[in-house]
Design a protein around this ligand. Sequence first.
Ligand SMILES: [Zn+2]
Length: 121
Amino acid sequence: MLSKKKTENYRKLLSKRLDDLLKEANKTLSGMTGQRENFPDPTDRASLESDRNFMLRIRDRERRLIGKINNALGRIEAGTFGICEACGEGISDKRLKARPVTTLCIDCKKQQEDQEKLKGL
Ligand SMILES: [Zn+2]
């Protein structure tokens, strides 16, 4: 089990990351609005279209990450943070440091990846 102090550190780290992501997403949004007004030329609009797809992809990735961070913060509140959802064992500190939003210990993650590989064949 994680100590209270460690859990608190992860809570701060995750909150900070969430803040940064939301700021970044806002910047992306206002950037898109600005571009639309600045480039009325059709040629530029075409390149803007591909840019916008790029932006949407980024935002989708951000959105997923924001969801994961919210889940992790929820698990901290519930007192289940750092516990593997599959086997109920504690997730190693090393793994949590590298990937604080993870819900699986390294063994279960590996198992899941192996299963996904099998499905892909
Ligand atoms: Zn596990």
